[in-house]
Design a protein around this ligand. Structure first.
Ligand code: ATP
Length: 354
């Protein structure tokens, strides 16, 4: 059942429209990420769901109740911001208790709930500390506890991890996700970090210039990007230009070399120029075989990245990068060597957008 239903949502600031006809249906208990570059409208949509920003058009319904014009306090939504935003003059316990006090809960209930929240965020002993006595990761856990203490129906997280260092970010990702699952709380998470979105979410909304370019599971948006923007934003390094030789049968030419795309080239005619995406880990060295095609080129650069070695190969006018696993015993070609690249036809995707 749809829990958050967003329809035709639009937001303009003066003459500038920053959110265009945005629609999304979120299921109860789902974890959905808004992924996109800075300025694409992620935060503005989140703020409209929370009620901190009014919608220029459209509607937002939560659990069957239209909330579009309700003030934030009437929406039963919890929010965590990028910069910790704890009250600096209150202890951790007072911070967590804040929403409960506003809701006029009794002192015994508040004390019990604060204790429960501290256990939940695995910081049972910091109730009396002030925010300045906590690390960034601890402050963000407390901010999370404060948001969920009032048992909101919806949790909105606006880049809550981006101010933290890499290692804490990864561990907090897992903690937030498991907490969210345990509580079954419907959550929307804003991020510009593709790995964060892919690793945490049930579904990802890839956003570009105030529009949802693609909505799908992490598997779908990563493996089957529908547009050039989605392909490049979720990590496909190889975005190439190809010429259609035979649209019906998916025959294309990349730098003069004929290849087959397993997926049809819809709405295109022979002679058209199209954009194709090919993930670097889908490319290997070797010759064409069943269901696979090849491209010839010369190694242009080899970058050692640790777990993988990224090798850029020049075809003619374009380059293709491939990721090879780092296996010290296996010799990889060096810059200047001629090589043959091979990939499954299934992995060559024709995407929309020039
Ligand atoms: P970031 O990751 O940088 O926060 P974002 O994707 O969350 O980016 P928004 O903060 O939603 O983007 O901003 C979308 C656009 O709306 C931007 O161009 C921004 O400058 C503009 N904008 C946001 N708030 C206002 C405002 N109060 N007045 C005018 N323009 C605004």
């Amino acid at each position: 059942m749809t829990f958050i239903d967003i329809r035709n949502l639009r937001k303009s600031f003066g003459p500038a429209t920053v959110v265009h006809d945005f629609a999304l249906a979120v299921e109860r208990g789902e974890f959905v990420s808004f992924l996109g570059p800075s300025g694409c409208g992620k935060t503005t949509i989140l703020r409209m769901i929370a009620g901190f920003e009014t919608a220029s058009a459209g509607s937002i319904t939560i659990d069957g109740q239209e909330v579009t014009d309700l003030p934030p306090a009437k929406r039963n939504v919890g929010m965590v911001f990028q910069a910790y935003a704890l009250f600096p003059n209150m202890t951790v316990a007072q911070n967590i208790a804040f929403g409960l006090r506003v809701a006029r809960r009794g002192p015994d209930e508040i004390a019990a709930r604060v204790e429960e929240m501290l256990r939940l965020i695995k910081l049972p002993d910091i109730a009396g500390r002030y925010p300045y006595q906590l690390s960034g990761g601890q402050q963000q856990r407390v901010a999370l506890a404060r948001a969920i203490a009032v048992k909101p129906q919806v949790l909105l997280l606006d880049e809550p991890l981006s101010a933290l260092d890499a290692k804490i970010r990864v561990s907090l990702r897992e903690e937030i996700r498991s907490l969210q699952k345990d509580l079954g709380i419907t959550t929307i998470f804003v991020t510009h970090d593709q790995e964060e979105a892919l690793s945490m979410s049930d579904r990802v909304v890839v956003m570009n210039e105030g529009r949802a370019e693609q909505i799908g599971t992490p598997f779908e948006v990563y493996n089957y990007p529908r547009t050039r923007f989605v392909a490049s934003f979720v990590g496909t390094l190889n975005i190439l230009t190809a010429t259609v030789i035979d649209a019906e049968n998916g025959r294309l030419a990349i730098d003069g070399r004929e290849v087959l795309a397993a997926h049809t080239v819809e709405g295109r005619a022979s002679g058209d120029t199209v954009t194709v995406a090919l993930r670097p880990e889908a490319v290997t060295f070797g010759e064409a075989a069943d269901g696979r095609d090849e491209l010839a080129g010369t190694v242009e650069a080899v970058s050692f990245l640790g777990a993988v070695v990224r090798i850029r190969v020049r075809l003619e006018s374009q380059t293709v990068s491939l990721d090879a696993f780092n296996q010290p015993a296996v010799r990889l070609p060096a810059a200047g060597e001629p090589v043959t690249l091979c990939f499954a036809r299934d992995d060559l995707l024709v995407v929309a957008g020039g």
